[in-house]
Write a new protein. Sequence first.
Length: 477
Amino acid sequence: MIPKQSQYDLVIVGGGLAGLAAAVSAGEKHLTTLVLEKGRTIGGDGNYVEGAMGVDSYLQKQTGIHIDRTKLLQSELDYSHYEASAPHLKKLIDQSGATIDWLHDLGVKFSKVGGQGKSWPTIHSFAGGGHAAVTVLFEKAQALGIEFAMSTGAERVLMENGQVAGLVVMNEATGQTRDLKTNNVILATGGYVDNPELIQKRTPFFKRLLSVSDGKSTGDGMQLAWQAGAAHYQMGAIQYGGGAIYDRQQPPFVHMASQLAAAATQEAILWVNERGERFVNEDVNDNMCHAGGAILTQARTFSILDQAAIDHLTHVGLYKEVGNSPVSPDKFDQLQTELEHDTASGAKYLTKGATVEELAEKLNLVQLPETIAHYNQLVASGADADFGKAAPYLTGLSQGPFYAVELGVGMACALGGLRVDEANAVLNSHGYPVPGLYAAGNDAAGMLVGDTYAVTLPGSTAGYAAFSGRNAVQQIK
Ligand SMILES: Cc1cc2nc3c(=O)[nH]c(=O)nc-3n(C[C@H](O)[C@H](O)[C@H](O)COP(=O)(O)OP(=O)(O)OC[C@H]3O[C@@H](n4cnc5c(N)ncnc54)[C@H](O)[C@@H]3O)c2cc1C
């Protein structure tokens, strides 16, 4: 779609959660504004978001949740090893409740607020999911007169005398480019989780990482900003989604609602490495980023199920409550069917053995028989003297057939690459703003984290997207 004008007060690059929050704010300020969205649909990964972080929101007040902001800030700084920016994080925490209230007043509906695992109770779940929230924002922005150019990407920021002067934009269908004039650009392109080169720089475990994003978060914002003189700032954290079925033939979303995936990754059953050795307390999956890290320390990881576990999960119930997953919360009534189907179809991630020895031989898991014998002794003793897994999740393996499910690690977003100030202005390597250049959402969220995503503050990337999109617009006249 071709932009209607050649000059705007503001151009927002990216029509995801942060870009849409910025668009509505720009509409409220009566700025002539264009949103460029390189995809054919609006919302980016915002469409898949479960909920957004907030502190002191209307909903928390209604439900009697009070969070001590000073303690929250301190614990998040500790969690990030002080690699998060304290002033930036403090501003997010202080304004996150008001941001939730603003979204609510716009018509975004929230179904509940609470925690995830051992976290702060900050995640406000969107009624109808992220798609419902981005739809409200999109419609509101249009009603306020904001222009959207779909299938149109930003290619380059034009600078004049060290100040943003415009953008080169490209029609993704025709390849046609065009120059636009503007003195203000907000980059909100969703980070770099879909850019294998940039991800590879961040982690040596690249091959077993599976992006669950929509494929459009290719790091465009940071590259546009770097070309315009922005500093390269810590390629912060990857939001690991814990273990995921390592399927080399189909994309990860195929397994999103799979009970086999939930059993293998969420139930804290035995995990072994490429030699068949146990290497971690499997209930580490209380923290999806820690679980991802642990899995990636091994060359390969397999989750081992026996028939007794399958029967228990199918007919009796779960060993461990499944957190953020679309599968049944009570039982895995489709587990046996899924196993039979995947075995029959020759899925490479699934291996079946009538005995432990047969399974070990098929996968060359040399230590597996010994590992299982030792693990069963731990189960009988009632305590995991090796790695300290909680007693309720110690379940023995004795009844064949046995299955090994190979695990990789899902990743939802990658944060970092740019440094911004408290107004979300992008900074150069001297620590000063590149005049007219702002970043929001995942493009700027490296300011909030250290080496890992803050699972302890659930909803923080979505909460930050809404807060930072709005925050960037406040400075623009
Ligand atoms: C499956 C899944 C579930 C998630 N759940 C949660 C959750 O519950 N809570 C949470 O806090 N976070 C969650 N996240 C993280 C999520 O990425 C962020 O919360 C949120 O979407 C970030 O907003 P954003 O605007 O930065 O990026 P996005 O919402 O992804 O938007 C970026 C947009 O920019 C566009 N774009 C990219 N490059 C260009 C370009 N050159 N020109 C024009 N447009 C461009 C993209 O097409 C995209 O539409 C989840 C992510 C995934 C993948």
